[in-house]
Design a binder for this molecule. Structure first.
Ligand code: NAP
Length: 464
């Protein structure tokens, strides 16, 4: 039998998930010039790109330019897209073992973390994940509705997702009209009565998880002013000591912007965005099952045993009246059938991308990359090096003969098998037709695209 990975017997890999980690797996494989490889990418949606399409904020179009590189990878004849095909529903691990030498899971971290506080289930309390997916037109979230007739909204967390949510709630229709925000979300935001937006961080300015461009951008909003209480902008002794010992340019810049916003006088703009530090929600207060306020405790910062600066309660409480609240405290992955999962971390158990069981034993042929491998951290580009690490392991294992099986079906047999399981499989060519229809619709409105927000709408483009 010819050696696997050669022209007569290419290595065949299934990639589950078509977000950045999936596409960087593709580009990393195609960079291996000495290797013949066939890559099949699966996604449960007809549209590819994961969070680049459904997570990146619609007013951050530049961040979506990575799609050009993904398109280039997809143009390689040894790449195939099987959209509208779900792992665990249409294809199972046992099926993939018959058709592939290796499988890599790049399914991301699609769900949010909870605050685990009383009242979290009140109407009006949501996860940022839901809101972000809603305004981005993700088909699973398009049916949701958010009561934007509320005047005061809180966002819990100080990461870049919280920044995105704050910006979308703060922007004027003019600032959003030329984006690819979902049509229904734009219409809802047009009628928004939101006037007060609070960003709530449990630690101080030196520990904020946002990055300098994002905090800077908040100061440039057309009809929203940003402010920070002077007492909360001042650095606590534990943070000063930490920064002196661990200088960091981004932290320095963040602190600079916060100092600039501290105690700013109001200039008469319509909305006010207040950034609060060293406060933690401890409960949500409702009336008739509807959120009316969030109870906060004032924290103080202290140096923990590992040297980091942590928050602890001072026992001083306040109630902040809000009718809408988004928790934005990080994402976590979901377990996949047949794949060992670390419940606490919300990731697939792995070592450098090689899937292992709870005892650390490597499971031959199974790999992972991206947020489901390392947790929801880093920017889009971080997935490039993450995927590279895994692909290096995959190539090394191929050379060591560590594969599911040496004998697998032919490429055509595989296509037939998938079509039998899911007759409405979407190819990359199909996706390009859907993509073109969205872009054409968008051009008429001077927007990058008008998104189809249901699977039926997407499929209807292919069966006019
Ligand atoms: P993140 O960066 O991990 O931020 C999570 C925030 O939640 C932190 O401020 C954290 O505070 C806070 N938090 C966690 N548990 C909490 C609790 N129980 N109570 C109160 N606050 C709590 O997560 P993210 O914002 O979801 O972003 C995920 C990743 O995507 C990040 O790497 C982010 O940079 C990236 N992203 C990038 C962009 C961009 O480049 N423009 C846009 C969106 C997302 P502590 O620090 O105290 O834990």
């Amino acid at each position: 039998m010819p050696e696997i990975g050669t022209e007569t017997s290419p290595i065949r890999v299934a990639i589950i998930g078509s977000g950045p980690a999936g596409f960087y797996t593709v580009s990393n494989f195609f960079k291996q010039k000495e290797l013949s490889v066939e890559l099949d990418m699966y996604d449960r949606l007809p549209s590819p790109f994961g969070l680049v399409r459904a997570g990146v904020a619609p007013d951050h179009q530049k961040d979506k330019s990575v799609i050009r590189a993904y398109d280039k990878s997809a143009a390689n004849p040894n790449y195939r897209f099987f959209g509208n095909v779900e792992y665990g529903t249409h294809v199972m691990l046992e099926d993939l073992k018959e058709h592939y030498h290796q499988v890599i899971f790049t399914t991301g971290a699609p769900v949010d973390r909870n605050l685990e506080i009383p009242g979290e289930d009140l109407t009006g309390s949501y996860s940022a994940t839901e809101f972000v997916a809603w305004y981005n037109g993700h088909p699973d979230f398009a049916h949701l509705s958010f009561d934007l007739s509320q005047e005061s909204v809180a966002i819990v967390g100080m990461g870049n997702v919280a920044m995105d949510v704050a910006r979308i709630l703060s922007k004027t229709p003019k600032e959003l009209e030329s984006t690819d925000i979902a049509d229904y979300a734009f219409k809802n935001l047009l009628e928004s009565k939101v006037k007060n937006i609070y960003l709530l961080g449990r630690r101080g300015p030196a520990q904020a998880a946002f990055t300098p461009p994002e905090i800077k951008e908040l100061g440039e909003l057309y009809d929203t002013e940003v402010t920070v209480r002077r007492d909360e902008a001042n650095l606590d002794p534990a943070s000063i000591e930490y920064i002196n010992n661990n200088p960091d340019k981004n932290v320095e810049k963040n602190i600079g912007y916060i100092a600039k916003y501290a105690g700013r006088e109001r200039k008469g703009k319509k909305k006010l965005l207040t950034i609060r530090f060293l406060v933690s929600p401890v409960g949500m207060i409702g009336k008739a099952n509807k959120l009316v306020a969030v109870k906060l405790v004032k924290n103080e910062a202290f140096k923990s045993n590992d040297g980091s600066v942590r928050p602890r309660s001072t026992g001083e409480f306040e109630e902040l009246p809000v009718g809408l609240l988004f928790r934005s405290v990080g994402y976590r992955g979901l377990p996949l059938p047949g794949v060992p999962f670390h419940e606490d971390w919300g990731t697939i158990e792995n070592r450098q991308g090689r899937v292992c069981n709870g005892d650390g034993e490597i499971l031959q042929g199974l790999y992972t990359a991206g947020w489901i491998k390392r947790g929801a951290t880093g920017v889009i580009g971080t997935n490039k090096t993450c995927a590279q690490e895994t692909v290096e392991c995959m190539v090394e294992d191929l050379h060591a003969g560590k594969l599911f099986s040496r004998e697998i079906s032919t490429r055509d047999e595989l296509s037939g098998f998938i079509r039998a399981r899911q007759p409405r499989v979407i190819t990359y060519e199909d996706w390009k037709k859907i993509d073109a229809a969205e872009i054409t619709k968008g051009a008429a409105e001077n927007r990058p695209r008008v998104k189809f927000t249901s699977v039926e709408e997407m499929l209807s483009i292919l069966d006019p």
